[in-house]
Ligand binder design. Structure first.
Ligand SMILES: NC(=O)c1ccc[n+]([C@@H]2O[C@H](COP(=O)([O-])OP(=O)(O)OC[C@H]3O[C@@H](n4cnc5c(N)ncnc54)[C@H](OP(=O)(O)O)[C@@H]3O)[C@@H](O)[C@H]2O)c1
Length: 390
């Protein structure tokens, strides 16, 4: 029986994790759930899974939860309590399904406590990759990716030795605007951007998929997760999202991982690793599929992929800056304040101004993240940079 701490339980990934847990009560027990604002769903989940603890972002939410759950349920509040929560609630696995750099502290404290981390929250590796890898080396803790592409790579890597890996090939669906002319990007509506052709996900990652900044974050994530150079990471457009990614070995063999797109598969893999969990998830039907398609990335229309290689070359806090600026820009797009292509302009401008701190601590990363967010807000509000107004 694996005991799990599930951070971000009310989100798309969090709900899929609970689906797997509910179907395998003999294998998994959830000890902790967390949310940011969806207290109603958290209470429902806590009652269903009879958890021993919950984590909430603020005291008002904690009060509501305290009245609804048994007195024996422990309640932790605020980011300052992440470390204590992970230390005090005994578990075998920490699942980080929080969205955004808000998940960085959970990743850090889980790894610092020597826990295995099942990671959906790619933003923590983008913002704090060097630090998290250093903590892994110190404590021996392991990261098992949940992101479907990285789960695929992780699985393909079992087919050879690390020094035999030539390159990693990340697949990308291309999102909803794969074939849309660049001149019309400015008129893309929020509703259009929130409609992904293959995946049903939270709002932030859906917009990241529309701009392909999601793939940019994934290139950076792959660099840190698999210790490969940026030159060893390729991206190829594969509209069907059936091949989730591939690894090319030194003999020329390419190993791919395939399945119909369903996040419950990489989640089940991460929960049950190193074994595989028997599931009744949909199987690939090759009679129906008939053909799979591939095309190169159009860097002209989607400058986000090139940005990943640029920030990896820059080093310092360039990746953290890219991520924080993107989070603010995506929120501004969803609030109708900027247009979709403005997200690139905002992120690019902030990356150029990024700073370097040698071997930053968690506190320094969090401070820098806060500063980038503030400067990005100012940039979006500024008259001089009012590119969308004309
Ligand atoms: N969805 C997918 O299919 C998918 C696939 C691959 C990777 N991922 C990655 O998985 C992560 C989660 O994505 P998602 O689509 O599940 O997002 P989501 O549906 O928006 O859920 C996000 C979760 O994080 C919580 N949260 C939000 N802000 C928080 C904060 N400041 N502090 C603590 N918790 C906070 C939310 O709580 P409330 O509900 O209370 O707001 C919710 O539980 C992201 O990093 C994403 O890139 C997702």
């Amino acid at each position: 029986m694996k005991r799990i701490l599930l951070f971000g339980s009310t989100g798309s990934i969090g709900r899929n994790v609970l689906d797997i847990v509910a179907k395998n009560p003999d294998k998994f027990r959830v000890e902790l759930l967390s949310c940011h604002s969806n207290v109603r769903l958290l209470i429902e989940q806590a009652k269903t899974f009879k958890v021993s603890a919950v984590h909430l972002s603020d005291h008002a939410a904690a009060e509501t939860v305290r009245q609804a759950l048994p007195a024996s349920t422990r309640i932790f509040v605020g980011n300052a309590a992440f470390a204590e929560t992970i230390r005090e609630i005994d578990a075998d696995l920490v699942v980080n399904a929080i969205v955004g750099a808000a998940g960085l502290e959970v990743s850090y404290h889980a790894l610092a406590a020597g826990k295995t981390l099942a990671l959906a929250n790619k933003e923590s590796l983008v913002a704090g990759g060097e630090l998290l890898k250093q903590v892994c080396r110190q404590t021996g803790a392991q990261i098992i990716p949940i992101d479907s592409e990285h789960s695929a790579v992780f699985q393909c890597l079992q087919a050879g030795r690390r020094n035999e890996v030539e390159k990693i090939i990340l697949t990308a669906s291309g999102g909803p605007f794969r074939n849309r002319p660049k001149e019309t990007f400015g008129s893309i509506t929020i509703e259009e951007a929130l409609k992904h052709p293959n995946w049903s996900m939270g709002a932030k990652i859906t917009i990241d998929s529309a701009t392909m900044i999601n793939k940019c974050l994934e290139v950076i994530e792959a660099h840190f997760l698999f210790d490969v150079t940026p030159e060893q990471i390729d991206v190829v457009i594969h509209p069907e999202s059936v091949i989730h990614s591939m690894v090319q070995f030194c003999d020329g063999s390419v190993i791919a991982q395939l399945s119909p797109p369903d996040m419950r598969l990489p989640i089940a893999y991460a929960l049950q690793f190193p074994e595989r969990l028997a599931t009744n998830l949909p199987r690939a039907d090759f009679g129906q599929l008939r053909s799979l398609h591939f095309e190169p990335v159009d860097n002209e229309r989607f400058p986000a992929i090139a940005l990943a290689y640029k920030v990896l070359r820059m080093g310092g806090l360039a990746a953290l800056t890219l991520n924080a600026a993107n989070e603010i820009a995506v929120a501004a797009f969803l609030a109708g304040r900027i247009k979709l292509p403005d997200i690139y302009a905002v992120v690019d401008k902030m990356v150029i101004e990024s700073i370097t701190i040698s071997k930053p601590s968690l506190t320094e990363l969090l401070e820098a993240d806060g500063q980038v967010r503030k400067r990005t807000e100012e940039l979006i509000a500024s008259e001089t940079f009012g590119w969308w107004k004309g």
